[in-house]
Design a protein. Structure first.
Length: 81
């Protein structure tokens, strides 16, 4: 088998429902983080002195995104999909 044939085979990964769920969880967690960052930025722009109230929410959202990312990475390394 040539290198080109191996590359084609690697690109033809079968559908994995768990992988798809992990991707969706990562994308949703990323969206939540971006939305919170946007809200905080808007509060800074509008002069809200209490914009730091987002800090804990941002911290939790960042952790959620990181957990989703590492779950996806672990799945990919374990299942090669």
């Amino acid at each position: 088998m040539t290198q080109q044939e191996r590359n084609v085979k690697q690109d033809q990964i079968p559908f994995c429902e768990e992988r798809q769920q992990l991707i969706e969880a990562f994308v949703e967690a990323s969206r939540e983080l971006v939305e919170l960052q946007s809200q905080q930025t808007q509060n800074v722009i509008s002069g809200d002195p209490d914009f730091v109230r987002f800090d804990d929410l941002l911290h939790m959202a960042r952790e959620k995104k990181d957990q989703a990312k590492y779950a996806l990475i672990a799945h990919r390394e374990t299942h090669r999909c």
